[in-house]
Design a binder for this molecule. Sequence first.
Ligand SMILES: Cc1cc2nc3c(=O)[nH]c(=O)nc-3n(C[C@H](O)[C@H](O)[C@H](O)COP(=O)(O)OP(=O)(O)OC[C@H]3O[C@@H](n4cnc5c(N)ncnc54)[C@H](O)[C@@H]3O)c2cc1C
Length: 446
Amino acid sequence: MDKSFDVVIIGGSAAGLSTANSVLNWYPGKKVALIRDVPYTVVPCGIPYIYGILGSVAQNKIPDEGFIKKGMQIIEKKVIHVDRKNKTVIFQDESKVSYDKLVLALGSRPNIPSMEAITFANVFPIKKDPVFLEDLNQALEKSRNVVIVGGGFIGVEMAEQVRLKEDRHVTLVESLPHCLMLSCEEEAGILVEKELEAMGINVKTNTTVEALVGKDRVEEVVLSTGERLKADVVIFGVGCSPNTELAERIGLDADRTWGIHVDEYMRTSAEDIFACGDCCTKISAIYGEPVAVRLASVAALEGMIAGSNLYRLTRKNRGVVGSFATKVGTISVGSAGYTEKACRDQRINYYKGEMTAPDRHPGSLPGCTPQTKVKLLFDASTDQIIGGHIIGGIQVADMVNILALAIQQGITADALATVQYATHPLLTGSPLVYQVMWAAENALVS
Ligand SMILES: Cc1cc2nc3c(=O)[nH]c(=O)nc-3n(C[C@H](O)[C@H](O)[C@H](O)COP(=O)(O)OP(=O)(O)OC[C@H]3O[C@@H](n4cnc5c(N)ncnc54)[C@H](O)[C@@H]3O)c2cc1C
């Protein structure tokens, strides 16, 4: 192993790999090391599919070869300290490597509620570590009763995939009135619940887990309703927190709620140390307030910004929109920016427009989702789009990305209603009803 590098990146997932790509593109010839404390990197967003359509952890791997070919070296060790004065990274086995520029892409860890029995071997807060994910795979193989706590996107995707093995009883427990409410419109959550129930999943909303009961293993989960659920495996998907400990230990500005403090160039409070991804602070691209959006797409974007800024400040981070999509059963939902609930909670004066139409034309074409719905939210004082929500078929992700771009650029309702776009019978809805533009038009005339 070499001992001295131009760029050392700690963290081998979305943010770290994207940083490495960016450095090698912008500054060819720089010697880059990427450090991770796992044997290989999994596709984080692919984790739920390990337990269903993918079938194994190995199928959900990000290959190293492309990065190694580009010149990146991978070091599989845990970093325990950084000597800022001597610019060295120190590993658990006391070996060291030196850097000129350091990038912290330390990620996040799952929130673990403090309750008795939470550490038992059949309780799994979803970690992005292949060894842990394999343990979960083996535990699920032997299980008949699975309780999933948290109805956000991780919980609903896990429930859907775990239930693909039909002799498993799956219960999803969510404390809010509906699933996905922290990122999507309420109506999207309701439809997703119906889809999960149609698959035989027991969905319990407005319900919390009060206790885990068992001697060495959890055997029952006690709910706030008094109900007791049998459990062979309990999975928690109840949010995540930024990994800030290393940064705090070496004296960087950071806090445990929002992450390691960074500026718009992804620079930390220390010279020559950058940070990106789930471990660092985010601000909203809409109103500039701190937000707790932790997504792989944001991590990769921030890695790209950090990597290109290491030796020359080339670009700024314009903030986070929070663009997200998921597919459950036959429906897909997508969301970008503010929901109506968030607007009401934050007393934002907004108006909205909606359009529901088939996503093929004519709607009799195979593969059509007849009720593809777009809802757009506009700031009443500026007319700029601040939220976009879609329910439909597989086109949802690409459509919501258009809305994320519109939000990032501060596009007004009129500009969005008159934007130029492509339509085709087999690929989109009709230009007479194309949902994104017509929802904007409907907002203007409502
Ligand atoms: C089940 C699940 C599904 C998801 N689905 C989606 C989705 O569909 N779309 C989406 O956009 N986002 C999704 N996310 C969120 C996404 O996974 C995260 O936003 C993303 O992984 C963040 O990437 P990151 O590189 O910042 O951090 P992480 O992925 O958390 O990686 C951090 C890395 O740092 C390493 N590390 C940390 N500390 C040290 C140390 N001291 N020494 C050495 N190495 C260290 C870790 O080993 C790891 O390699 C999902 C998350 C989960 C859990």
